[in-house]
Design a protein around this ligand. Sequence first.
Ligand code: LMR
Length: 394
Amino acid sequence: FFSSVKMGPADPILGLGLAFNADTDPKKVNLGVGVYRGDDGKPFVLESVKKAGGAYPHMEYAPISGPPGFVGKAQGLAFGENSTAIKQKRIASTQSLSGTGGLRVVSDFLARFLPSKKIYVPNPSWGNHLNIFKDSGLDVQRYSYFDASKNALNFEGILKDLNAAPKDSIVLLHACAHNPTGIDPTKEQWAEIINLVSTKQLFPFVDMAYQGFASGDLDRDAYALRSLTETVPNLALAQSFAKNFGLYGQRIGAAHFVCKDAEEADRVLSQVKILIRPMYSNPPIHGAHIVDTILSNPDLTKLWKSELKDMADRMNNIRGRLVQELAALGSTRDWSHITKQIGMMAFTGMSKAQVDRLKAEFHVYMTDDGRAAISGLNSQNVQYVAKAFHEVTK
Ligand code: LMR
């Protein structure tokens, strides 16, 4: 029965982890997958998470859309405690299996109910976006995002391409810490993009995987989402707690649909549940319990926010350190984009051939597009990685 099943390629991001694990060289460094590590290079569990993870009320099923307490907290974090849309009960929300699961639920919903199947995705974007949207039956189109010659945002390209998108098209926007480039529009640029999305009647679909991880400030990182919510009649959001709570393997996140009123939100949520029930029935409870506990307890919330800030600060500091080390080695290449970028990713500008050499000669693992998850850098390996970068870019 399976004789016609062909071997598929390894995942460009998660497959790297397998190759890294199989590498026996003690100098090996994993800059592949975006997972935060402490300065000791070890997996990192937040103190706030350890404190919240214990006492457990029950092991029974959650509602299809997740425990209401958790879902309300997720809304507040994304849209703001004083959000008018929340007060007006016009956001239909469900727990999701982290960011990917949220993206998939939203894109399945959009494919089922929206008039247009076209989705405009930035070029480049997180690789899995394309798989998710294609598997949902959406028609994936690209819009310019990055100017490789300047290692900078291609703002004119964004405006030009979105301006040419037909009315009703879906447009995928990264809320903050764009993955893989680490480059976000400024507030002024966001205002223009949001105005364009609104006047062209495009449907914004926001992916927020890094709230708090870009600037260390949860509200600042939600700026684009909140501004959009005030401007457009409808939008969808996939929200992940993998990075900001360090809950990667718990697969915890939420999907939200901003609606015109509470009655519309009720209808939308009823269909979201109909979509989820035959897919995975109802979500796992542990991650929701941890997030809800942290956000319900002011001391734990305070601790979590300070830990989040520490993680964001470490990422920024290690960026600076990498660029310093490259200069100290005599690299004449301009690496300043690395310190201008934000979040967990550095889009180094290195070619696939250079990335291949890094892996083969130096046991440094990065994705083929030259993206380095700088969360894998620390004070022990940053010099070695700088030397490797310098050698392959001489
Ligand atoms: C990444 O981009 O490395 C992360 O979002 C992990 C993943 O699932 O790809």
